[in-house]
Ligand binder design. Structure first.
Ligand code: AMP
Length: 214
C-alpha cells in the first residue's frame, strides 16, 4: 500500500498518517520529522533546513528528494509506506514517480485531507509538539494527559516556531502556491481521493480506511 497524504499544514494529515501506519504496519515517512530530527542532532542538513523552516518556506527540492528516495528503498518499505509532507511540489512528485517507475512500481493513493484556511489558522495556534519524540497534540482536541508534558516520552511540549501565527499564514500561502497543484497532478493520475478534514479525527480516519479498503 503506497499512500501520499496531501493537505494544508495543520489539516491533520500527520495524525492520520500515523494511524494508517499503525493499522497497516507500514512505515510513516514524514519529511518534516526527518528535518526536525536533523536539526535536533545538529547535522549539516538540519542547519540548512532550519533556515527555510523557521521562515515558513519550503526546503529546496535538492535537499529533500534524495532523502525520501533513499528512505523508500529500505527493506521496511517493501509492503508500502505512507508519505506525510512529501511531495510538496510538482518537481518532488515527478522525482518520486521517476524513482518508482525505475523499480516497476507506482503510488496507489493520494489522499487529500481538506480543511479551509480559517480552520487551519485556529488549529495551529493550539498545536503542541514534542521536539524530543515528534508526538503532536492539540490543547483542545488532543491534550496531553499532564499539561505541557509529552505522554509518550515525558519531555516538554511546545508551540513549534513554524506553528506561530505569523509563520502559519506564510506556510498557507506556500501551500496554495506550491503544493495545491499536486491535487490536479494526482487527479490526472486517477489516484486522488478527498476526505473532509473538518470532521472529528476518528471520522476522518474511518473515511480513509474505507477508501483504502474499497
Ligand atoms: P511539516 O512538519 O510537514 O509541516 O513540515 C515542516 C516544515 O519542514 C515545512 O514547513 C517545510 O519548511 C519543511 N518541509 C517538510 N517537508 C518538506 C518537503 N517535502 N519539501 C520542502 N520542505 C519540506
Amino acid at each position: 500500500m503506497k499512500i501520499i497524504m496531501l493537505g494544508a499544514p495543520g489539516a491533520g494529515k500527520g495524525t492520520q498518517a500515523k494511524q494508517i501506519a499503525d493499522k497497516y504496519k507500514i512505515p510513516h515517512i514524514s519529511t518534516g520529522d526527518i528535518f526536525r530530527a536533523n536539526i535536533k542532532n545538529g547535522t549539516e542538513l538540519g542547519k540548512k533546513a532550519k533556515e527555510y523552516m523557521d521562515q515558513g518556506a519550503l526546503v529546496p527540492d535538492e535537499l529533500t528528494c534524495d532523502l525520501v528516495m533513499d528512505r523508500i528503498k529500505q527493506d521496511d518499505c517493501k509492503n508500502g509506506f505512507v508519505l506525510d509532507g512529501f511531495p510538496r511540489t510538482i518537481p518532488q512528485a515527478e522525482a518520486l514517480d521517476a524513482a518508482l517507475t525505475k523499480i516497476g512500481e507506482k503510488m496507489e493513493f493520494a489522499i487529500d485531507v481538506d480543511v479551509p484556511d480559517e480552520n487551519i489558522v485556529n488549529r495551529m495556534g493550539g498545536r503542541r509538539a514534542c521536539l524530543n519524540c515528534g508526538a503532536t497534540y492539540h490543547i483542545v482536541s488532543i491534550p496531553t494527559k499532564k499539561e505541557g508534558i509529552c505522554d509518550r516520552c515525558g519531555s516538554e511540549v511546545v508551540l513549534r516556531d513554524d506553528d506561530k501565527p505569523e509563520t502559519v499564514q506564510k506556510r498557507l500561502n506556500v501551500y496554495h502556491e506550491q503544493t495545491q497543484p499536486l491535487i490536479d497532478y494526482y487527479k490526472k493520475q486517477g489516484i486522488l481521493k478527498s476526505v473532509d478534514g473538518t470532521k472529528p479525527m476518528e471520522d476522518v480516519f474511518t473515511a480513509i480506511v474505507q477508501i483504502l479498503e474499497a
